[in-house]
Design a protein around this ligand. Structure first.
Ligand SMILES: [Zn+2]
Length: 231
């Protein structure tokens, strides 16, 4: 710490973190999947130490859970955590949309246009993994266009966690995001109508959350003594 030199170890750990995050975000590794170190070492041709550091870093990001004596597994966020992640996304993505200027949109015009094309293509081809990747890519792209690297970084973490949440709680097998809402957000931003862009983004996130079955069974608040004495 303290030194800003990026060591080869850091680069290698980041490579493993990125590979696992991507597999988790794309639902290739589903919540609850056991992450066996030896298999990751083999698949990524990585060193065991680096894999351990990567798993620890993912655990700090709440993407992986490390259980004493049982090793690492892909996290299974609770319904409460799912709601908290969506509340955080509303705050962060509002801030992202707020900081995107029409100039920034002009500067990134080609990129947004190319993204919207591949999003439509994925949706039409209905390959679920492609769709999941493209739809989440949209949100990350706005983070980058905002130019605020801190907001973009926080969103990166929230998007992987959202992906876990969708894998666990999505009611039907439909892709979470709707492309036309994405298009409305892009065109509002291009026209400099940030209020509209924010409104559509918030509605969009509300809609995504509403598609989740988050009625987790609350700990029943029952008094067993009372119930048994009433018999
Ligand atoms: Zn979306």
């Amino acid at each position: 710490m303290g030194s800003r030199t990026v060591t080869s170890k850091q680069i290698e750990v980041q490579r493993i973190v990125d590979a696992l995050s991507k597999a988790i975000a794309q639902h290739r590794l589903r919540p609850g999947t056991r992450l066996i170190e030896a298999q990751i070492v083999e698949a990524l041709k990585a060193n065991r130490n680096h894999v351990q550091s990567a798993l620890q870093r993912l655990a700090m990001q709440r993407i992986v859970t490390i259980e004493p004596n049982r090793g690492a597994l892909v996290s299974q966020p609770s319904a409460k955590e799912a709601r908290d992640v969506f509340a955080a996304r509303r705050a962060i993505e509002r801030a992202i949309v707020e900081s995107i200027t029409p100039e920034a949109m002009r500067e990134h015009r080609q990129r947004t246009a190319a993204h919207m094309r591949s999003e439509r293509k994925a949706t039409n081809a209905s390959d679920r993994r492609d769709i999941v990747r493209e739809l989440s890519e949209f949100h990350l792209m706005l983070g980058e266009i905002s130019g605020n690297t801190v907001l973009a970084e926080i969103l990166g973490n929230l998007m992987v966690r959202s992906s876990l949440i969708v894998a666990l709680y999505q009611r039907n097998d439909q892709p979470a995001c709707a492309s036309d809402e994405h298009e409305q957000i892009v065109s509002a931003l291009e026209q400099g109508d940030r209020d509209k862009a924010i409104r559509v983004m918030i509605e969009h996130l509300d809609e995504l959350e509403a598609q989740l079955a988050l009625e987790e069974l609350a700990e029943p608040e029952v008094d067993i003594r009372q119930i048994l004495s009433d018999l």
